[in-house]
Design a protein around this ligand. Sequence first.
Ligand code: FAD
Length: 265
Amino acid sequence: MSHSKMEVRLLFPTREIAEEYYRQLVYLACRTCYSEQKPEEIWQRIRDGKVRDEKMEQLITKVVQSGHHSTIEHIVFSFSISGVSRTLTHQLVRHRIGVAFDQQSQRYVQFKNTDDIFVEPDTIAENSEAHAVFEELRQKSAEAYQRLVELGIPAEDARFIFPQAVTTNLIMTVNLRELIHMCGLRLCTLAQWEIRRLFKRIRKEVMAVSPFFGRMLVPHCVHEGFCNELNNMDWHCKIRPPLHLAQEVFEKWRKGELVERNPQS
Ligand SMILES: Cc1cc2nc3c(=O)[nH]c(=O)nc-3n(C[C@H](O)[C@H](O)[C@H](O)COP(=O)(O)OP(=O)(O)OC[C@H]3O[C@@H](n4cnc5c(N)ncnc54)[C@H](O)[C@@H]3O)c2cc1C
């Protein structure tokens, strides 16, 4: 069988580190902008327990909503990601700012066991004829790779035989600003299924160490209040209304055409 398993693990921070430093660091960045005190003095007040958690969260929420996003670049999250396809990572590494990747090399790693290194989409796995086609190609490409290696072809060239379904492992470290941006795009219902699945796991991992920051990881329409995806003009995804509908409602409201409904009347 060719079902490789996606695994996602948040390596850093641990829950203890997130609780002890993450809100505090972002609060420090926000507070520094509005205070006469030096950052180290603000930090000492925080470390001495003189700033309540709710106060920190309120200020951070306000600053983030205002778009002062450099403040959330001070904290990072490192993930171990494995068993994902190169189709996924080709999309993932298009993100360029505030994120670092280190990915298993197909040049330096020679695959000895090629039985379980392919991701099979559900649409193929659930269709017996399609699955047979996939399985045939998987076996052929695995055999061709091993044969090329036996013939003395270096791994960096033998890998040319692999389809995009071949799996890979990587580490990704990303600051919170970019993580919110990436989740905004990749948790969208229009994102490709495998990368969307990855970001759902990423959100779950972050929620486990910090529900406060985890709640910020949502499709971008949730932050913006409307959907600007051209492929959702028919509003089949109901998370937020398409931009043109939101604008129509706003125009009506501006002209006084919207009357508030009284449920009692
Ligand atoms: C649903 C979906 C479909 C897609 N389809 C395709 C496709 O068909 N073909 C394709 O090629 N790609 C496609 N992409 C990839 C997409 O075009 C982006 O390359 C990818 O999402 C990376 O996002 P980003 O550009 O925001 O980069 P990030 O590195 O995440 O950048 C973060 C932000 O920093 C700023 N920024 C980054 N670099 C620069 C710069 N050089 N100059 C100025 N500002 C910058 C921008 O504001 C940017 O949004 C798709 C993405 C999604 C989510």
